[in-house]
Design a protein around this ligand. Structure first.
Ligand code: SAM
Ligand code: SF4
Length: 325
């Protein structure tokens, strides 16, 4: 752990950067069918501005960066940004979260640009249901994208699945089976109430359901690397992680991250309202010391925990696609 400590003794070493609010899909839990009003291009941080923020963060000991969105691969020349960030001293891991639709096209280029890891968001393995959940997507393109990522050397394949009661909770066993032979690493995420469009399923319920396939062994070695807790079905190559922001009491005590929105706001907590603006300072030629102080201010203002425990639903001030989940 290398990052600056917050007021509750957590080391903040991980920054998730949303590079765009645009997306090619309209997932039912993330965006309305018509999309959300788009930020003007002039409001969105340039690649040079993002690099400056990453340099300041790295000087403070933040050593892990994840690019997200919206859909990061709809932003032009993303491999160029990857290359720029991979050359920043002190960054040990540079990863991407994507819906996978464009991975077939970009996987190799991303690898060559210096990307360390890719996570693909995928909520079902059934083509019709995939189209229902994403409104605009084709499952086949994502599966081809996952294969392309493997071929480009992004091994293991990591999948994030948001589970919604009555919609894809019956797909959980299909995903869990993929950890046996195909070596997929799956993480099941409790749906957060950004729009209240569907009901979340508590992780404990999923664990009980998956136990029908076999014994789930704890993988303590990967715990401590963020908010997920990891297990492995006995005999499986891949792992199964559970991200339980709504039902796990100690969830926030393991939080190691902050978020940067496309328009340059640092968010100490995904589910909080606080934001610290970096765009104006960046555009007014702030010094590295000034930027570092703003980042430290955001670290210091991280709340101890969010207020969604026990499914206490509260909408936050931005859509997930505008923050970068
Ligand atoms: N478009 C990319 C993707 O889908 O992977 C990156 C951005 S997306 C906002 C990042 C992650 O947030 C995805 O894994 C998505 O499933 C997740 N997400 C979106 N809305 C969510 C919600 N209400 N609750 C939990 N996770 C959510
Ligand atoms: Fe787009 Fe990702 Fe949101 Fe789906 S979850 S609408 S792919 S940003």
């Amino acid at each position: 752990m290398t990052g600056p400590l917050d007021s509750f003794g957590r080391s903040i070493n991980y920054l998730r950067i949303s590079v765009t609010d645009r997306c090619n899909l309209r997932c039912i839990y993330c965006m309305p069918p018509e999309g959300v009003p788009q930020m003007p291009h002039s409001e969105i941080l340039s690649y040079e501005e993002i690099r400056t923020v990453v340099q300041a963060a790295a000087e403070l000991g933040i050593n892990r960066i994840r690019l997200t969105g919206g859909e990061p691969l709809v932003r032009a020349d993303l491999p160029k940004l990857i290359k720029m960030l991979s050359q920043v001293g002190g960054i040990e891991e540079l990863s991407l979260t994507t819906n996978g639709a464009f991975l077939k096209k970009y996987a190799l280029e991303l690898k060559q640009a210096g990307l360390s890891r890719v996570n693909v968001s995928l909520d079902t393995l059934k083509p019709d249901k995939f189209q229902y959940i994403t409104r605009l997507g084709k499952l086949e393109a994502v599966l081809e994208g996952i294969e392309a990522a493997k071929e480009a050397g992004f091994v293991p394949v990591k999948i994030n699945t948001v589970v919604m009661r009555g919609i894809n909770d019956d797909d959980v066993l299909d995903f869990a089976r993929m950890t046996y032979e195909d070596g997929w690493h799956i993480r099941f995420i409790e749906l957060m109430p950004f729009k209240g469009a569907a009901e979340f399923v508590p992780s404990i319920e999923l664990q009980q359901h998956i136990s029908l396939l076999g014994k789930l062994e704890s993988c303590a070695s990967i715990t401590g690397n963020g908010p997920a807790t990891y297990y492995r079905l006995v005999g499986a190559k891949g792992t199964i992680g559970f991200i339980a922001p709504l039902t796990e009491p100690s969830f926030c005590s393991r939080c190691n991250r902050m978020r940067l929105t496309p328009d340059g706001k640092l968010r100490p907590c995904l589910l909080g309202e606080d934001e610290i603006d970096l765009k104006m300072p960046l555009r007014n030629s702030a010094s590295m010391e000034e930027l570092k102080n703003l980042i430290l201010k955001a670290v210091a203002s991280k709340p101890e925990h969010h207020h969604l425990e026990g499914g206490n639903v509260r909408l936050v001030n931005r859509k997930m696609s505008q923050i970068g989940g």
